[in-house]
Design a protein around this ligand. Structure first.
Ligand code: FPP
Length: 255
């Protein structure tokens, strides 16, 4: 069965685990994965244990989104502000993509997932950049779900970068400043070609966007949960999607 956006819903598994909520599902879900540190702290574990547990949730959530037929998922894995964390934690976070893709790449390829990265990956350690390069290469021809990892990503930095690109076009006489509109501007964002997020989820009880997709999420529905990211699972996601399908989106107009 095709969903409303032409994407094929997976057939339901015998245990109903694959079953997506009824209704118009988001084309793009974006998640602020928060609460790894608190999850670890509550267990008397080092913060990095929380990040490791969070990585397993990443795997489960990608699987669930793919099973539910969500065409695009963006995960906030490392922000431009996260460099302020202790060196050891940053180092660990920079190793996680390597570990994650080493164990998951075959399944991602089997599922036809195309992996993309948003954020300034040129500032990542060489080994992380190598993982980024290899992952892009392995998945570039896949035509299934898109999974974006936001790595060294900041919404304001992204907008400034886009403004620079537009300014260059104007200076070069390629673009008339008065002809600039939202669509022409958005071409210069790292999410170009993807739908704007319809649903932004944040875990751990914090209620803010933290510089995540600030342009793209202008009309997104927001969903917050107190559940810490390592405890987030398929049922939580289903709950968020169910609530989303019940919301009336008006985009400033009248229904
Ligand atoms: C925020 O929780 C989480 C992060 C800054 C890192 C998120 C990273 C992962 C979930 C793993 C990423 C996996 C891959 C494959 C790249 P926090 O540490 O701020 O939690 P706290 O607010 O409880 O301290």
């Amino acid at each position: 069965m095709l969903n409303l956006f032409g994407r094929r819903r997976k057939s339901a598994s015998a245990d109903g685990q694959n079953e997506a909520p009824q209704g118009e599902l988001p084309r793009h879900v974006a998640i602020i994965m928060d609460g790894n540190g608190r999850w670890a702290h509550r267990r008397g574990l080092p913060r990095i244990a929380g990040h490791h547990a969070g990585m397993k949730t990443v795997r489960e959530v990608i699987r669930a989104c793919d099973d539910f037929g969500i065409p695009c998922l963006t995960l906030y894995a490392f922000s431009t502000e996260n460099w302020k964390r202790p060196e050891g934690e940053v180092e660990y976070l920079m190793r996680l993509p390597e570990e994650f893709f080493r164990s998951e790449i075959d399944e991602l390829v089997d599922r036809g997932v195309q992996v993309r990265f948003i954020g300034d990956t040129t500032k990542l350690p060489t080994h992380t950049q190598e993982t980024v390069r290899r992952t892009l290469e392995r998945t570039k021809t896949n035509d299934g779900m898109t999974v974006n990892f936001a790595l060294n990503y900041g919404g304001r930095a992204e907008v400034v970068e886009a403004v620079r690109a537009v300014a260059r076009e104007v200076a070069a006489g390629v673009l008339d400043a008065d002809a600039l509109d939202e669509d022409k501007f958005a071409i210069h964002l790292s999410t170009h070609g993807l739908p704007d997020p319809d649903l932004v989820i944040r875990t751990s009880g914090e209620v803010r966007l933290s510089n995540f997709l600030i342009w793209q999420a202008a009309y997104a529905e927001l969903w917050f949960t107190d559940v810490l990211w390592p405890d987030f699972d398929r049922d939580q996601l289903r709950q968020a999607l169910t609530e989303y399908t019940g919301r009336m989106r008006r985009f400033g107009g009248l229904k």
